[in-house]
Design a protein. Sequence first.
Length: 345
Amino acid sequence: MYKILIRPFLFLFDPEAIHHFVFKVLSIKGKIPGFNPLLKALFDYRDPRLEKTLFGIRFSNPVGLAAGFDKDAKLIDELACFGFGFIEIGTLTPRAQSGNEKPRLFRLPEDQALINRMGFNNEGVEAAVNRLRKRNSKVIIGGNIGKNKDTPNDKAFSDYMMCFEALHPYVDYFVVNVSSPNTPGLRELQDKAPLMQLMSHIKGLSKSKDKVKPVLLKIAPDLNTDQLNDIIEILKETKTDGVIATNTTISRDGLLTQSEEVSAIGMGGLSGKPLIKRSTEVISYLRKNLGPDYPIIGVGGIMTPQDALDKLEAGADLIQIYTGFIYEGPGIIKRINKTIVNRRM
């Protein structure tokens, strides 16, 4: 029904505008008694064989919503009803910022892909905290944190620290985002020396808390082998609790969409089906070199249950979806979880 009736209608409109429209509809309907329980009855699939404990947290199932979809924690209760095992909010910055100029979100239907150059648009960390205080759902929440666009890289830690301090009582784990291609200079923080320093500072901050919460690093798919080896060394040396592989890519290789159309869109991170091969390769490399027990969350190009299985078999402990949620609809979460259970029977 979603792909036949709902998606064609939604795809008639500007991607960012329809995203906000859908959020408003879900927010309004979520206040109607019985609406959220109905969503839960339709989409939420539970089975004890799906449960997984990772970095000390018990996940009801391995399928999460990737950062970027609900940046400002506006729809936690409603989105939880679709059956996600965890939801990652953000990327959040200390101060609100409008992000890059519009249009900044584009569909590539032939490729089942999106290109975005949102630029960490968000209402600021305190706005998200105020919403998290009021949430009813007990779904696991990850806090994806970044720096404001106008904060120089040598001052970046102060931004990450402010977000960490504000979110600490309200999220279950943290994700340090240095891999978005849409904030100028941000990916320079993935270089060995600045990243080692940043992760050491944040891990030290985490350890100073009475309740220590896991800190993960989200990396780009565009890193070469030497850079991945640097990342692995940093993860080990700083005792970072896990890694998320991968963010969007700046590559445009192998697209079916006409090159003229892609060129007209311009810069931005590509997500969706074209990313699946590279993200899975990165997961496999990380698993081989980090060992069998290091926590890895796999994301990038998951459009079908088989794609999810491929990520898990490559070494991911948990997975996240974003573009697949848009192209396949909320039913994909239940289908993935059912497929995982059937594979384990």
